[in-house]
Design a binder for this molecule. Structure first.
Ligand code: FAD
Ligand code: NAP
Length: 338
């Protein structure tokens, strides 16, 4: 018999601290309980929300379905030569996993340190920071497929990883629940420091050939100096994705904004910095009622005090319209909206 709670307040479970009540709530601690919990929802024709750390969600209203709070734990290491396969249960904390790997001398994740949330959510948007994405260390994952009614494993290719994107936001949305993720790391201490902000800080610290541990320390210091801590000021990290535009669209924008920040992509597209567009349009530090865009990080939407999901989405919509009007660029919300 599953211990399913009813009418549970989700405010403590999402980093934007939005009030929302879950009709049903289940803490998943054993993999074997997952099919039974999903069958409960299916029998009642309820939607399901698999919840990790709640750091990439907008709870726009009450959730009239089953929330499954992923608390699956367990980490194992498989070392062969210089290669290490790390397998972690989906409910493990991502940052703690990165730190554990570093302490053991298993490298590759250091640029992704201090990203909030769970291991199981990391593949959903192919988390990325400071020039590194999850896909670069990804081996495979396992989860429950609700259509085939089996646990099955997916490779990186199956997951269709892209910039802040994967198959779990599209064809497998609401169909596949991740229980375990495997990563391919190395005992070779190679550091990836091409990202400008990281390289500049390391140079300023006189650290020209950093170890992976020094890279992690630097990323943590930069992040702490720039990003609001959700425990102090509720937020869900970057609220908009950096938009990708064609080279022709960039050319047109450059006539209007010669200094527009842009990064050419291998496929010929160009990535614009959403934060730069927001700043140019005057949204940096702007507050509208209980919500606003952070004064240091224009891309981070913050909840100053008991904002609702509607407050958040209304501000997002105003910003999207404004950016469209000023730059003809469509901003896409990064967190998943419920
Ligand atoms: P949740 O918010 O709980 O869930 C997000 C989505 O994934 C939901 O749709 C949920 O249903 C789904 N999901 C969660 N777990 C599973 C599962 N096991 N199976 C199937 N679906 C699942 N992101 C970056 O990419 N880079 C950053 O640098 C970064 N920095 C951040 C900084 C701050 C301060 C904050 C608040 C957020 C930041 N984020 C960043 C966003 C966020 O931390 C990541 O996207 C993270 O992976 C979300 O994990 P979570 O467990 O909190 O996911
Ligand atoms: P930043 O260093 O001020 O840079 C602004 C934007 O420019 C970033 O979004 C980044 O894109 C892009 N950029 C910078 N150098 C680049 C390069 N060499 N090539 C391609 N793109 C480049 O960014 P920040 O806001 O302080 O964040 C630092 C890092 O942490 C970024 O990687 C960011 O994605 C990540 N972060 C993510 C979240 C989130 O919730 N998703 C929250 C906080 C921080 P990318 O975003 O593609 O890297």
């Amino acid at each position: 018999m599953l211990a399913i709670e009813e009418h549970v307040e989700l405010k403590p479970y999402n980093t934007l601290a939005l009030h929302s009540v879950a009709r049903y709530f289940f803490s998943l601690e054993t993999i074997a309980d997952l099919p039974a919990a999903l069958a409960f929802a299916r029998d009642k024709k309820l939607p399901v929300l698999m919840l990790g750390g709640g750091s990439n969600l907008v709870l726009a209203a009450d959730f009239d379905g089953l929330v499954i709070n992923n608390r699956l734990q367990g980490i194992s290491f498989d070392v062969y030569g210089e290669e290490v396969k790390v397998t972690a249960a989906a409910g493990e904390n991502w940052h703690q996993l990165v730190m554990l790997c570093l302490r053991n001398g298993y490298y590759g994740l250091e640029n992704l340190v201090l990203i909030p949330g769970s291991v199981g959510a990391a593949p959903i948007q192919n988390i990325g920071a400071y020039g590194v994405e999850l896909v670069q260390s990804f081996h495979s994952l396992t989860g429950w497929d609700t259509e085939q009614q089996v646990f099955r494993s997916l490779s990186a290719e199956d997951c269709q990883f892209a910039y802040r994107d994967s198959i779990f936001k599209h064809a497998l949305k609401g169909r596949f629940y991740i229980t375990e993720v495997s990563l391919q790391l190395s005992t070779r201490p190679e550091a990836t420091i091409a990202y400008k902000a990281l390289r500049e800080q390391l140079t300023a610290d006189g650290c020209l050939q950093p170890t992976p541990l020094q890279v992690a320390d630097t990323v943590m210091a930069v992040r702490r100096s720039k990003l609001p801590d959700p425990a102090e000021l509720a937020n869900a990290g970057s609220f908009f994705k950096n938009p990708l535009v064609s080279a022709a669209a960039l050319k047109q924008l450059q006539q209007q904004e010669p200094s527009i920040v842009h990064y050419p992509q291998p496929n010929g597209e160009v990535k614009l910095a959403a934060g730069w567009l927001l700043q140019q349009a005057g949204w940096k530090g702007k507050r509208v009622g209980n919500v606003g865009m952070h004064s240091e990080q224009s891309i981070v939407l913050v909840n100053y005090d008991s904002a609702t999901g509607s407050d958040v989405l209304e501000l997002a919509s105003r910003i999207q319209q404004d950016i469209m009007q000023k730059f003809s660029v469509q901003l896409e919300i990064e967190p998943v909206v419920y």
